[in-house]
Design a protein around this ligand. Structure first.
Ligand code: CJB
Length: 833
């Protein structure tokens, strides 16, 4: 019998149910709670209620896109560092009034309720957070686009301090359920590993058949991504690995419980943990498995949707889909797209190669040579035998083509150049081993290759991929990073946002940050400065509260709040920061109480995680806590100087710290930080920068006015030469004194700090690769300039306003528009509201 479909039509979501009732409903029917709610309950009820509005918007958007069939951009990334969702969703959907009011009626404050949410920390640092900002902009700009990644069961580890040392605890983030995701039980794909490859005759055609020895299922979870001020809600599809057969019953019946569980464990292991390495790959086989797992599922998913509409007309694929490879992590996509079109769809090599290279694009995020992933041929051949074959054929064609192209070179030079550009090459440290260079595969297999800030893109062209650049100059582009002004200004600093909106007479700057330039006219206006200062003061009070909560100390809220938060890495030079803090401390100690009163007081905060196996970074953390232990207790100086390490730095902590910061430090050795993105967040929040001429600092200084930024240190062009001259470098006497202090045990833990001292002391074992000693004197000078400027509060505030006013360029909306126009060729498609 025909079903009466109208009987099943759902009225427009919960729009008709008042929010407080809906929240109570959710608590009653999803959680069995009836009144007497905790804050955690309020969070659950609110988020499950908001989720329905989000899904309505998601469904509308996707119905619209299905009808329009526009070209899609798929952002393939092993990391998405989303942080919390409640505030972002409520504000992006324009529901803040309704839900703030609803929570008030129930006796809660939105801010406190939002605090009960755990961060989704499926990323390490800048690269993962950039992917999250990009999704926000893609949705806000109505671009048909999705993110694709892995639904790690355990995200970035939780960092705790034990006696001042970092300890890592698992991030068990899914235990209370996740209102921001939707499991798609109808979207699953098989992913295989290992096994053998055979040729078989099929009619008069020879076909290649890969029979994997291991198979798992990729299960889709959708995470709707609301745009702001638009009906568009896009999607982040994350894959969970599950066993092919839920449970091996025969083994279980035979009493072999262990074997029955084995398949489950093996499968679930693939999406179990995020590798906690930032900018340095671990080279573990499981990592390659993770990469192939999500790439394989994502490509199958896209192809299956394409086929449902366009059948086998694969030449049309590049007009309907393009993929951005977020660093080398998803580069196996080159071989996988080839395989799917060759072996599964039966197309010819040349046609497939054309389609593949048209669809793929690659972003490089770091110049650290050790970070360019290389997989041993042996590992790849065992885990992905068919892909290894395909890469070999790609490389044969590539090197042969190169041979012809480099015809003009002398034979010897030509052979050398081809070897240097080969996708498969010897391991320079172990001649026995051959490696697949994933970055070279990405460059050869993509239409466009880009760096993430102007200086970085030049290094990409002139150094790391120079051979390739000479051959394909037009392939190389720059796309300076950006951050979403929603999360990083409007939502995390509503006080500043409302001052800006009031002053500019419009809130349009939230989607058009160039309008922030209008603040320049007020930079020297004393009345406006006073309002600006009042906001900063309120935000500083919040951070002071947090410090009190974590460390139990009251801090001087009139002190300059000086912040360095980012992953701990030698190239980011937190160590240099600590040295200058020790120097400041020693100067304060020498002063008379009267002199001290004239000094600029500082509260210094350092935060960031060290990769669990990164020994030197962990020693740096301990140095911070050890120096803090001495300084923060010293009765003579503690009014004037504090140093706190804030543990477990993550997205939500950044949202509290950044609005409160007055000075932020971006002090990487010139030429080492590809871009940096927190520098942009600080800039938006009117925080002054002390920094090197590196990454996006340069463009930030250009936009803010270079005289408003405390720039110091050597330039990228000088680095190579300076490294050669390290042996003859004459260190500053103040530097020598500090080295003796640390070595002599001024902060205890002498032996533990010895490798740190050695690593930067030319006279000893190390060679100071990141040139801390070279930049030390100019850094101290820049710090003196900071103090002098802070004493003139009106000048300081003028600069602060100029930072926000100059931040227009660093909205990820600008970045995404550039990707869309220059690389993706996707255009907006907005559903009707
Ligand atoms: N980056 O966070 C990472 N992880 C990597 O493995 C490589 C690079 C960072 O990417 C950011 C986004 O492009 C950059 O701003 C940052 O400089 C870079 O270190």
């Amino acid at each position: 019998a025909e079903l009466d479909k109208t009987a099943a039509v759902v009225p427009e979501s919960t729009a008709l149910v008042p929010a407080p009732v809906d929240i109570a409903n959710k608590l009653r029917y999803l959680f069995g709670r009836n009144g007497d709610y905790t804050v955690a309950d309020a969070y659950q009820g609110t988020s499950w209620s908001v989720r329905e509005k989000l899904i309505d918007s998601f469904n509308k958007t996707h119905e619209h896109w299905k009808k329009e069939d526009p070209k899609f951009i798929y952002y393939l990334s092993a990391e998405f560092l989303m942080g919390r969702s409640l505030i972002n969703t409520v504000y992006n959907l324009g529901l803040e009034g309704e839900y703030a009011e609803a929570l008030n009626q129930l006796g809660y404050e939105m801010e406190k309720v939002a605090d009960a949410e755990r961060d989704a920390a499926l990323g390490n640092g800048g690269l993962g957070r950039l992917a999250a900002c990009f999704l926000d902009s893609i949705a806000t700009l109505d671009l048909p686009g999705w993110g694709y990644g892995i639904r790690y069961k355990y995200g970035m580890f939780k960092q705790a301090l034990k006696n001042g040392y970092q300890v890592e605890l698992p991030d068990i983030w899914l235990t209370k359920g996740n209102p921001w995701e939707l499991r798609r039980d109808d979207v699953k794909f098989e992913v295989g590993f290992g096994g053998r490859v055979e040729r078989r005759k099929q009619g008069n055609k020879e076909v290649t058949v890969w029979t994997p020895s291991e198979k798992v299922v990729a299960q889709a979870y959708d995470n709707p991504i609301p745009g702001f001020n638009t009906p568009t809600t896009s999607n982040l599809r994350l894959w969970d690995a599950v066993p092919l057969t839920e449970f091996d019953l025969s083994a279980f019946n035979a009493g072999d419980y262990d074997r029955a569980m084995l398949e489950r464990e093996r499968a679930e292991g693939i999406s179990a943990v995020l590798y906690p390495n930032d900018s340095t790959p671990e080279g573990k086989e499981l990592r390659l498995k993770q990469q192939y797992f999500f790439v394989c599922a994502s490509l199958q998913d896209v192809l299956s949707r394409f086929k449902a509409v366009h059948g086998n007309n694969f030449d049309l694929l590049p007009e309907k889909a393009c993929f951005q490879l977020n660093d080398t992590h998803p580069t196996i996509a080159v071989a996988e797209l080839m395989r799917l079109l060759l072996d599964v769809e039966g197309l010819d090599w040349d046609q497939v190669w054309t389609i593949t290279t048209k669809c793929l694009n690659y972003t490089n995020h770091t110049v650290m040579p050790e970070a360019l992933e290389k997989w041993p041929v042996k590992v790849m051949a065992k885990m992905l035998p068919r892909h290894m074959e395909i890469i070999e054929v790609i490389n044969e064609g590539w090197t042969k083509w190169l041979g012809g192209h480099l015809n003009d070179l002398a034979p010897e030079e030509r052979t050398k150049r081809i070897a240097a550009m080969s996708i498969i090459h010897e391991n320079p440290w172990n001649k026995e081993e051959m490696l697949v260079n994933m970055a070279y595969l990405a460059v050869v297999g993509s239409s466009a290759v880009n760096g993430v800030a102007a200086i970085h893109s030049n290094i990409v062209k002139d150094e790391i991929f120079n051979d390739f650049y000479q051959i394909f100059p037009s392939k190389f582009q720059n796309k300076t990073n950006g951050v979403t002004p929603r999360r990083w200004l409007a939502w995390c600093n509503p006080e500043l946002a409302s001052l800006i909106t009031g002053t500019l007479g419009t809130s349009e700057w939230i989607n058009d940050t160039e309008k922030l330039a209008g603040l320049r006219a007020y930079a020297s206006d004393k009345a406006f400065q006073a309002k600006w200062a009042a906001v900063k003061k309120a935000k500083k009070a919040k951070l002071a509260e947090l410090i009190k909560k974590v460390h139990g100390d009251e801090v001087n809220q009139n002190a300059l709040f000086d912040i360095q938060i980012k992953r701990i890495h030698e190239y980011k030079r937190q160590y240099l920061n600590v040295l200058s803090i020790i120097w400041r401390y020693k100067q304060l100690k020498k002063m008379s109480p009267e002199e001290r009163k004239k000094a600029v007081a500082r509260v210094c905060v350092i935060g960031g995680k060290a990769a669990s196996a990164y020994d030197m970074a962990k020693r740096i953390i301990r140095l911070v806590t050890a120096v803090g232990d001495v300084i923060n207790k010293d009765p003579e100086t503690k009014e004037y100087l504090r140093l706190y390490f804030l543990p477990d730095y993550n997205v939500s902590l950044a949202e509290t710290i950044i609005p409160a910061a007055e000075l932020s430090q971006h002090i990487s050795t010139a030429g080492t930080e590809a871009s940096g993105t927190s520098n942009m967040k600080f800039q938006m929040n009117g925080c002054l920068i002390i920094g090197t001429w590196d990454g996006a600092n340069i463009e930030i200084a250009e936009e803010t006015g270079i005289d408003n930024v405390f720039v110091f240190g050597v330039r990228a062009e000088e680095i190579t030469q300076l490294r050669k001259e390290r042996k003859n470098f004459k260190t500053d006497p103040r530097w020598d004194e500090l080295m003796r202090d640390i070595e002599g045990g001024m902060f205890g833990d002498k032996d533990y700090f010895k490798p740190l001292v050695d690593s930067v002391n030319n006279m000893k074992v190390g060679n100071d690769w990141f040139l801390l000693a070279n930049d030390f004197a100019s850094y101290l000078k820049a710090q003196e300039d900071v103090d002098a400027c802070y004493k003139d509060q009106s000048e300081w505030l003028r600069r602060s306003i100029m930072y926000t006013a100059g931040s227009g360029k660093f909205s990820s909306d600008r970045t995404i528009r550039e990707y869309a126009e220059d690389i993706w060729h996707v255009t907006p498609s907005r559903p009707t509201a």
